[in-house]
Write a protein that binds this ligand. Structure first.
Ligand SMILES: [Zn+2]
Length: 313
């Protein structure tokens, strides 16, 4: 195994006062013995702790982890079906009063409007058919309501539907019961729920299937019509060793990571299993507890690559 002082310090002139070659600690005994067995030993480099820190190189112990199958899906909040009421005039006549405005909370049975009937010439009261929030007010005081003129739209928003638009093959493996984390796009607020049902067939021209969850909205902060982003976790598989994707590099078409022993960083060819957006399963090449570069691994790769090139001939 070839071992030499790192050239990283020279890459970091801006960060460090001097670019000297400080005496390097001896390589661990294991490195020596591997040389005996492999002509083609994995390339290594020595990086002093001070230099590693200044370069932002971070190391973590290889450990068990979870590989999740997660999907990010866009969706829209809508009122729950059957919990929206349109309030209309029963008999034609001038509107004498309207007692609620858009955004007001009203109780079931609460008087909302008084209209003087053209038929009986006496006023009658319109009451809220359900409790909820006034979404729309469709008339103004003094105007004449015809029979069926919309006065109010009221919705019970204590729960909302989250309708997620699932496309293509995703629809096949996203199932009811799956955990969902919903994020409001404008301020990043989050809520946890579960998918209740996947609506049958492809409903719309967009060729999407709707996956529906219900969201508690006791504080009224979630509003219908709001766009949301949902993370649907379809599957979570525990694995013996998982490393962040930032640990992975490719050398000559091999997937590799860099293992630190003391100040020595060695290339290790690994066999990858499953992966998700953050992590990859390591099937072979690294043992639990080994110290693996998980941040700035490309700097270690570059350092080893330059060292090798310098001494090749
Ligand atoms: Zn999936």
């Amino acid at each position: 195994m070839k071992m030499r002082a790192s050239i990283l310090p020279c890459l970091l002139l801006a960060l460090l006062a001097a670019c000297g070659r400080a005496p390097q600690p001896a390589a661990p005994a294991q490195a020596e013995s591997s040389e005996a067995h492999h002509d083609d030993a994995p390339a290594s480099t020595v990086i002093a702790p001070k230099v590693a820190a200044a370069s932002g190189i971070e190391v973590a112990a290889a450990a068990p982890g979870v590989i999740a199958d997660e999907h990010e899906i866009q969706g829209l909040l809508t009122p729950v079906e059957g919990r929206v009421a349109k309030v209309t005039a029963r008999f034609p006549g001038p509107i004498r009063s309207l007692r609620a405005g858009v955004g007001d909370a009203v109780r079931a049975g609460e008087p909302l409007a008084t209209i003087e009937s053209n038929l009986s010439l006496t006023p009658y009261t319109i009451r809220a058919p359900i409790g909820g929030v006034v979404l729309e007010r469709g008339a103004s005081v003094g105007s004449v309501a015809g029979e069926g003129t919309p006065l109010y739209e009221i919705a019970d928003l204590s729960e909302l539907w989250v309708d997620l638009h699932v496309f293509g093959a995703d629809a096949q493996h996203i199932r009811a019961g799956t955990a969902v984390v919903v994020t409001r796009m404008d301020d990043g607020a989050v809520a946890e729920t579960k998918l209740e049902r996947i609506l049958p067939a492809t409903a719309s021209a967009s060729q999407s299937t709707i996956a529906r969850a219900t969201l508690r909205n006791d504080d009224g902060r979630w509003r219908p019509g709001t766009a949301v982003r949902a993370r649907v976790t379809v599957d979570r598989q525990p694995v013996a060793i998982a490393l962040p994707l930032g640990a992975l590099q490719t050398v000559d078409a091999d997937d590799v990571v860099y293992v630190r022993e003391g100040d020595v960083y060695s290339t290790r060819v690994v066999k990858l299993g499953r992966r998700d957006a953050q992590r990859a399963e390591i099937l072979a090449g690294v043992k639990a507890g080994e110290q693996v570069v998980v941040v700035q691994s490309f700097l270690v790769k570059a350092d080893i690559g330059k060292s090798s090139a310098e001494h090749e001939d």
